[in-house]
Every structure is written in C-alpha cells, then in structure tokens.
Write a protein that binds this ligand. Structure first.
Ligand code: NDP
Ligand code: 8X3
Length: 256
C-alpha cells in the first residue's frame, strides 16, 4: 500500500483535509489541492513526508492541468472540492452562483477526471471517489443550484461507471448528509450566526466520519466497487427532516 498515491481536491478544509490526513495515516502518499495554499501547506506539514500540496482551482481547466502535471502517477482520485452558495428560491436565483456551483461541483470532476484518467488506468488499479451529497438524489427547496449540481455530479459518476466498464478502475460516490465543516459558512457568505444555527440542537457528522467512509470505500479489494454510500447523522432523516433537541431548535434555513 505504501506506494499508492491519492489526489484529494478541496483539501484545505473540512472533509478534504480529514481525508488527506486519514489516507496518509492508512499508507497513501497524498497530493492535496485547493485554492488556499497556505492552509494546504499547514496540513501537509502536519501530515509529514507522505503529503505534497499544490494550488488547484478545479473550476479552471488550466489550473487543473498545471496541478495534474505535478502528479506523475496516481491510483486514487478523491473529487471532494465543492459546496453550496446561497439559499434563495429558484424564482430569485443568482445565476453567477449557479454557474460557480456547476463549475466546481460538476465540471471540476470532469476536468480532474480528464487529466488523471490515463494515470489512474496506467496504475492498473485506479479508483475515482466523488463526494456527492444527499442533495444529489433528494431535492429540497431554497438550494436549487446546489441540488441541481449534485444531481449532475451523480449523473457524471453513473455515466463514467458505464463508460469505464472492463477497465481496471472503480467509480464510487459518497453522499453525506449534514457535516460540520465550513460548508454552511460558505453557503451563507461568512454569516457565522446562520452557519452555527444550522447545527443547533442536533449532532452533525464530523469531517472524520466522512473521511472514514472514503478510506473504507478505497481500501476494499480491487474487485469490490462500492458504487454509492449514503451517510447521515442519526438526527437527519432527509435533507429537510432534522431532529433537534427543543432547547435550541432555532434554524435559519427556511424549512429545516
Ligand atoms: P468546506 O467548505 O469545509 O470545504 C470545501 C473545500 O472545497 C475547501 O477545501 C475549498 O478549498 C474547496 N474548494 C471549493 N471550491 C474549490 C475550487 N474551485 N477549487 C478547488 N477547491 C475548491 O466544506 P466540506 O468539507 O463540507 O465540503 C466538501 C465536499 O463535501 C463538497 O463537495 C460538499 O458539497 C460536500 N458535502 C458537504 C456536506 C456538508 O454538510 N458539509 C454534506 C454533503 C456533501 P479552497 O476554498 O481553499 O479552494
Ligand atoms: C449538503 C448536505 O443535508 O445540508 O450537501 O443538504 S445537506
């Protein structure tokens, strides 16, 4: 396992950072990518010699190409970079945000796959793991751009699996429910009060909970392809159905 290389996008925070750390601990060499390089460098220093990091904007094909040129070989690609922007209804959709969410959550997967697929196949045991979301199969109001993007990300993974049948590569999707990361802070444009309120009275998943799912999926024997893994907090049955202890059941996203 010591010579296996994993590329993790969006590794400067949350699920991506936890995945980088855990995969390194389980024997991978990890190549970390994100736009905030100083954060990547801090994480890489913490992980030690098993980690390298480079600037990466998955929505920019030139940035993806530059990044991937620095990765000579690769067995595992974790498409994690992504997130939601805003919580307005479709009637007042901010199209710039919709484009950015599509560029990052969907085309980011395509750009990374196009660049790394030859190396993944050359490894004779490649694996693409994408962090989707429960939003990718269970729509909810006031996040149409994110819901649509995660549905599209799921479609991309499903088509890839069909197209790559017979090749030495697995295609997996992990769909988390609520995870306590910077996700809500980004969605609410830095409004800490709203972001904190999202998790009031309930216990969300931690980034490590999801990283452990990535490691589990990646570390199955080569012939075992976990197509899809859905993981939620016990307190969340559907995106909009969250159990909250009454004392602090104060929510900011309309119908949660
Ligand atoms: P965070 O906001 O904590 O992390 C998001 C990561 O994505 C950051 O490292 C950020 O890095 C990176 N990123 C964003 N845009 C780009 C880009 N254009 N190019 C490269 N990296 C980018 O959130 P999470 O850890 O929660 O999110 C990780 C993934 O998990 C996302 O795909 C999200 O949709 C998904 N998810 C999250 C859930 C949650 O409740 N938190 C639930 C279900 C799925 P930087 O800004 O430095 O580029
Ligand atoms: C985000 C998960 O439950 O907040 O991808 O929609 S949820």
């Amino acid at each position: 396992m010591a010579d296996r290389v994993a590329v993790i996008t969006g590794a400067s925070s949350g699920i991506g950072a936890a995945t980088g750390q855990l995969l390194a601990e389980s024997g991978y060499e990890v190549v970390l990518g994100a736009r905030r390089v100083e954060r990547l460098e801090a994480l890489a220093a913490q992980i030690g010699p098993r980690a390298r990091c480079y600037e990466l904007d998955v929505s920019d094909p030139a940035s993806v190409e530059r990044f991937c040129l620095k990765v000579p070989a690769c067995q595992l690609l974790v498409n994690n970079a992504g997130g939601a922007l805003g919580d307005e209804p479709i009637s007042s959709a901010d199209l710039a945000s919709w484009r950015q969410m599509y560029d990052t959550n969907v085309l980011g997967i395509v750009h990374m796959t196009k660049q790394l697929l030859p190396k993944l196949l050359a490894s004779a045991d490649g694996h693409i793991v994408t962090i989707g979301s429960v939003a990718g199969f269970d729509p909810y109001p006031n996040s149409g751009g994110y819901v649509a993007a995660k549905h599209a990300a799921r479609a991309v993974m499903d088509v890839l699996r069909l197209e790559l049948l017979g090749q030495p590569i697995r295609v997996s999707e992990i769909d988390p429910g609520m995870v306590h990361t910077e996700f809500s802070l980004v969605r609410f444009a830095g409004d800490e009060e709203r972001a904190t309120a999202m998790y009031a009275g309930m216990t969300p998943l931690s980034p490590l909970d999801v990283a452990e799912c990535v490691a589990f999926v990646a570390n199955r024997p080569s012939h075992v392809d976990i197509d899809r893994l859905v993981v939620r907090p016990r307190d969340q049955a559907r995106p909009t159905l969250v159990h909250r202890r009454p004392a602090d059941a104060d929510v900011s996203l309309a119908d949660r």
